[in-house]
Design a binder for this molecule. Structure first.
Ligand code: FAD
Length: 355
């Protein structure tokens, strides 16, 4: 099996102009207005230059690289506060822009996209929605049962800071995918949380948490759009790889696979734009928006990632190429923020509630 080239070198092989024309076309930019397009292009350039070169190492080592502070770089580019009002140092843009940022970061690295989305939405966006003026500058939001006998009324949302006595994190878990986006248990042992760190009201955390989950699921559902990276890998590869005396892109079956990936990406992108653009405080709470959106994306993501592996033949199965990593990222979306079964259960229950 012959190693051809890494996707990082694709620009050089195809010629910079041709490559960027193809990237623009496959990034479906026609669906956006000029400002959105400009935003998408600049996040894309940032992510390809600063994040993509580290994606394979982040996955292999399960660590963010020590020699580069991606978090600070993203902050410098104003990516952490896309939905934050300008008075608090954010960009003051809406959820669609936030989704565009997640798409382009996830296209560079699904792991970094997940960490970025988890920080900028459930944490920062929740502070903006519920925090007092002082709280809006603090770091992490936690939901916990502060009264175990009171059911959902016993949940309180609060802000926790690293180094608080009685709070520590358990060792991080070794995961199948999304490696380098650290997951661990938060451990509270006689941790004193001052009253000013309570988000919303004590015992009323469910009113902070549930709508917060709706926004989180809506925005994190843009992560699968990063599967566009499959096209980034496949397009140059099939033009360069030759079998039976011609480029493999000329075989009809190959074209079919590429179209399947492209259409899969386009479908989830359209779903993302329609649902996010119609988003208001009221509609996001409607199950018809975010739940089906997450469910419908899953078959497209699995199909597109396995097709991309197939297009690269044996190389698709080798870790030097990003396609295998994309398949491992894809499985995450079937489990996180509520498994597919639970999402179906909620939709089914709601259908009967309406009778
Ligand atoms: C990488 C990663 C990051 C995560 N990050 C966070 C985070 O930041 N914050 C957080 O709170 N959580 C986080 N989670 C946890 C995640 O939300 C849960 O793992 C997920 O909701 C599933 O819950 P569970 O693992 O307890 O599975 P279980 O509930 O034990 O489910 C096991 C299986 O049983 C099925 N099942 C359960 N109940 C039913 C039912 N009634 N009917 C039919 N089937 C059912 C499930 O669908 C699943 O297939 C993360 C998980 C992962 C993998």
């Amino acid at each position: 099996m012959r190693r051809l080239f890494s996707t990082g070198r694709a620009a050089g092989i195809l010629g910079r102009e041709q490559w960027s024309r193809q990237r623009a076309f496959f990034s479906s930019s026609l669906l956006f207005d000029d400002t959105q397009k400009q935003f998408k292009e600049s996040v894309s350039q940032f992510a390809q230059e600063n994040i993509a070169p580290h994606a394979a190492k982040i996955d292999a080592t399960n660590h963010f690289p020590k020699d580069v502070n991606l978090w600070k770089l993203m902050g410098g580019f104003n990516l952490h506060g896309v939905t934050v009002p300008e008075e608090y140092g954010g960009l003051g843009l809406g959820y669609l822009y936030h989704c565009i940022a997640i798409e382009e970061i996830s296209r560079a690295s699904g792991s970094v996209g997940l960490s970025y989305g988890a920080h900028s939405n459930p944490c920062i966006n929740q502070l903006v929605r519920h925090g007092t003026a002082k709280q809006k500058y603090l770091p992490k939001v936690v939901y916990a049962k502060t009264d175990t006998s009171a059911g959902s009324k016993g949940i309180t949302a609060f802000i926790i800071e690293k180094g608080m006595p009685g709070f520590h994190t358990a060792p991080k878990l070794d995961k199948l995918g999304m490696r380098g986006s650290d997951t661990c248990e938060l451990v509270f042992d006689k941790c004193f949380v001052p009253e000013e760190n309570v988000l919303g009201q004590e015992g009323k955390g469910v009113y902070v948490m549930m709508p917060g989950f709706d926004f989180e699921r809506l925005v994190l559902a843009a992560g699968p759009l990063g599967l566009q990276a499959c096209l980034d890998a496949v397009i140059p590869y099939v033009q360069h790889r030759e079998q039976f005396g011609r480029a493999i892109r000329e075989f009809q079956w190959m074209l079919e696979r590429i179209v399947i990936i492209f259409v899969g990406h386009l479908c989830i992108l359209l779903l993302e734009i329609v649902t996010t653009e119609t988003l208001t405080e009221r509609t996001v709470l409607e199950l018809y928006f975010w739940l089906p959106k997450k469910l419908h994306k899953l078959p497209f993501i699995f199909c597109a990632t396995t097709q991309a592996i197939q297009c690269l033949g044996g190389n698709g199965y080798v870790d030097e190429y990003p396609t295998g990593r994309r398949l491992r990222y894809a499985k995450f979306f079937e489990i996180s923020a509520g498994t597919s079964e639970i999402r179906r259960m909620i939709i089914g229950r709601e259908l009967f509630k309406q009778e």
